[in-house]
Write a protein that binds this ligand. Structure first.
Ligand code: C5P
Length: 398
């Protein structure tokens, strides 16, 4: 996987910079051509000579040095790269990349490359958890950057928390995954997951049995295939690493989040079980059981798939307990979908809460693919295979 691949390794000014030397050595021994870029701050922690000795290659240290080996360094490195890995990545470089700044060789190279970029943050816990850093990470993830999450432990600043650079194994696994699969690199997808909760009062809601597992499987497989993923979720399952996660509760909140997220998306997958009705009035305080039995007046929720318009592939789910295929075909045309996943929720061992699913993938060209019961992750890959068979360039506004 690594043999004869060119990896541009960007090293920034963190105390974890010494670990990048080991990484450079490992990648070189595995047969990769490793071109290292050291920022000015990184050179306070480690020298170019270290990397030169380990990679047997020139080390790039700045934009303005006259170099024999590279013509216009940021362009030649950007073009040659099969992947750019930034390890360790400081809050500073993450912020720069999030806003497209290009004031040194590393940020310029990243801006100029079309190769996948893997970012391995390492910093003080408060800096990492600071909302501005998290927001910057979210922006980059949505643009298709891959992040390898930091580990929790004792940090150089003598605090304990999240911020240690991920292990070499994790980094190498991620590089392998990004170089290996990657048939969705450059695509941005929005996935919804879970059942919406429509509040009756501050403690009660109308909900449904959706666990969110199918949506999470769609998000995780898209991420593993190299896509930038936004996951809009009502689920209590933990947010998967490496996707932009937006927590919502009601159909109205989900609509708002999806409207924003699809703006530059290539695919929208509505795997969420959106409530069709919500209480007309939400009580401000908890309704007492002493009050006489009430009728709950309901009204329709917004139909998200009908409300969001744009030039992206639209995938819907039809969870049915009867007349599965005809109901699903009806939804395909009613909701102007490209693909509908007919999901028989009565099949033993499939559907809500289960790790397996039994679906038929129906496309607008009339093709129907009846899949056997299989793990949701495998179902998700089959759905992405179908999505990728569409010609993205020919899409029209829905
Ligand atoms: O009409 P039904 O709820 O069966 O349609 C299922 C599909 O429509 C799913 O993809 C679901 O996420 C989506 N949906 C929606 N907005 C709603 C209800 C369902 O986008 N209010």
């Amino acid at each position: 996987m690594l043999k004869d691949r060119t990896i541009v390794l960007g090293v920034t000014g963190s105390i974890a910079a010494y670990k990048a030397a080991e990484l450079a050595s490992y990648l070189t021994k595995a047969g990769a051509q490793v071109d290292v870029i050291l920022t000015d701050a990184a050179q306070k922690f480690i020298t170019p000579l270290t990397f030169r000795s380990l990679t047997h290659r020139p080390v790039a240290v700045g934009m303005w040095e006259l170099s024999e080996s590279f013509s216009s360094q940021h362009i030649s490195l950007a073009q040659a790269a099969d992947a750019v890995v930034i390890a360790p990545a400081t809050a500073d470089i993450i912020a720069k990349l999030a806003y497209g700044l290009a004031d040194d060789l590393l940020s310029t190279t990243v801006l100029a490359t079309k190769a996948p970029v893997i970012v391995v943050p390492a910093m003080n816990t408060n800096m990492y958890e600071n909302p501005v850093t998290q927001e910057n990470i979210g922006r980059l993830v949505a643009r298709g950057f891959t992040f390898v999450e930091p580990a929790t432990g004792r940090l150089a600043c003598d605090t304990v928390g999240k911020g240690r650079m991920a292990s070499q194994n994790e980094i190498v696994d991620t590089i392998g995954r990004v170089l290996g699969a990657g048939d969705m690199v450059g695509l941005r997808v929005v996935v919804t997951a879970g059942g919406t909760r429509e509040a009756i009062d501050p403690v009660r809601f109308i909900g449904n049995r959706s666990s969110g597992k199918m949506g999470y499987a769609m998000a995780e497989t898209a991420r593993d295939r190299g896509a930038g993923v936004v996951l809009v979720s009502t689920s209590t399952l933990p947010a998967p690493a490496g996707v932009e996660f937006i927590a919502v509760e009601s159909a109205a909140e989900m609509l708002e989040a999806v409207l924003e997220a699809v703006r530059d998306a290539d695919v929208l997958v509505m795997a969420a079980a959106v409530a069709d009705f919500k209480p007309k009035v939400t009580a401000k305080s908890k309704i007492k059981k002493s009050v006489p039995v009430q009728n709950l007046e309901l009204e329709r929720t917004p139909d998200i798939l009908s409300e969001v318009k744009g030039k992206f592939i639209r995938v819907g789910f039809a969870a049915e307990s009867e007349n599965l295929l005809s109901n699903a075909r009806g939804k395909l045309s009613e909701k102007k979908l490209d693909i509908v996943i007919a999901n028989d929720v009565t099949v033993e061992g499939a559907g809500f809460g289960s790790d397996n699913n039994k679906v038929t993938i129906i496309s607008r060209d009339g093709s129907e693919d009846d899949l056997p019961l299989m793990p949701k992750l495998e179902v998700a890959d089959k759905i992405w295979d179908r999505v990728l068979s569409f010609e993205f360039g020919t899409l029209v506004d829905s």
